[in-house]
Design a protein around this ligand. Structure first.
Ligand code: NAD
Length: 288
């Protein structure tokens, strides 16, 4: 039997509806959750991502503040705006759209964002929190993957998980988050020898390598859950993941499509992190 195709748009819509309710409740008490988005340079893909994030905020009632810097802006200018935003009561989340132009240091920018407003979950404090299992802001894409698994009632505990891709923003955090949920996790990367000998063991296979058709049906165990995080634009303009969707669908029990799988969840979890941050700020304020 072919796999159930997990509909990321549908799960995302359900979560966004719930977030909209939380925003409304907050607004009734006179508080508007706010997200600041900083864009540096003119990366075309970033412009699309930022537009989507801002539109998603509007849809659920989160206020967004956009700050644009040209490539010629100085790193100090950006850092001083972040410091200002760290202290603003109406800003509950700060996000700097990556990638940055080469003269900017990702490390110093991410470290300047207050760990209490780090809705992307990239600050070292939050990365450390992931390791010990009490992160405040789980990074959005891995968080979205976990939410998809939870939505489908897929057991994580005790499962063999293989993550293909070991980046700081996807592969490593998803591995940590699933390990925290008592999976047995193996991480593969570009230097892994004979990828298939690992992927074939996976009950849950998460692929985030950025390589179209990397995962073929013969590399997947019958009945596996396959989560495709990859987003690749082919020469003919088609958007595909890292998994041979049509082939693997015949073998897996669940599979995410590209587009329409993990992608919509990433922005949704950004909204979730922002509203949770605003709720925490209110709680802290009322407890002093
Ligand atoms: P990255 O380039 O930072 O990391 C890629 C990882 O994959 C590296 O660890 C690399 O070693 C590994 N890799 C590359 N080729 C491999 C191979 N042949 N075999 C095994 N491992 C291999 O990329 P990233 O930022 O982690 O993103 C990965 C993919 O996920 C990209 O396609 C990206 O567009 C996509 N992505 C999607 C979302 C989303 O919202 N759906 C969010 C972030 C990234």
């Amino acid at each position: 039997m072919p796999a159930k195709v997990i509909d990321g748009n549908e799960v995302s819509a359900l979560i966004r509806k719930e977030i909209g309710g939380r925003v409304e409740q907050m607004r009734r008490h006179g508080i508007v959750p706010g997200l600041a988005v900083i864009v540096i340079g003119n990366n075309a893909a970033s412009a699309v991502y930022v537009r989507n994030k801002i539109r998603a905020c509007e849809d659920v009632g989160i206020r967004s503040f956009r700050f644009d810097f040209g490539e010629s802006a100085s790193p100090e200018d950006v850092l001083s705006v972040i410091e200002e935003l760290n202290n603003r009561q109406d800003v509950h989340g700060i996000l700097v759209q990556l990638p940055l132009p080469p003269k900017f240091s990702i490390g110093s920018i991410l470290r300047t964002i207050s760990a209490d407003k780090d809705v992307d979950g990239f600050h070292l404090y939050n990365v450390g929190g992931l390791v010990v299992g009490d992160t405040v802001f789980p990074p959005c894409t891995p968080y979205g993957v976990v939410k998809l698994l939870e939505h489908e009632n897929i057991t994580i505990e005790g499962k063999n998980v293989v993550v293909v891709g070991a980046s700081n923003i996807v592969g490593k955090p998803i591995a940590l988050m699933l390990m925290q949920r008592d999976a047995t996790v193996c991480i593969c990367h570009a230097k892994t020898r004979d990828l298939a000998q690992f992927t074939i063991l996976a009950d849950i296979l998460v692929v985030a390598a950025g390589k179209p058709n990397l995962i073929l049906p013969q590399m997947v165990k019958t009945g596996a859950v396959v989560i495709d995080v990859g987003i690749n634009r082919l020469a003919n303009g088609k958007l595909v993941g890292d998994v041979d969707f049509n082939g693997v669908k015949e073998k897996a029990s669940y599979i995410t499509p590209v587009p329409g799988g993990v992608g919509p969840m990433t922005v949704t979890m950004l909204l979730e992190n922002t509203i949770s941050s605003a709720e925490r700020a209110i709680k802290q304020k009322s407890s002093v």
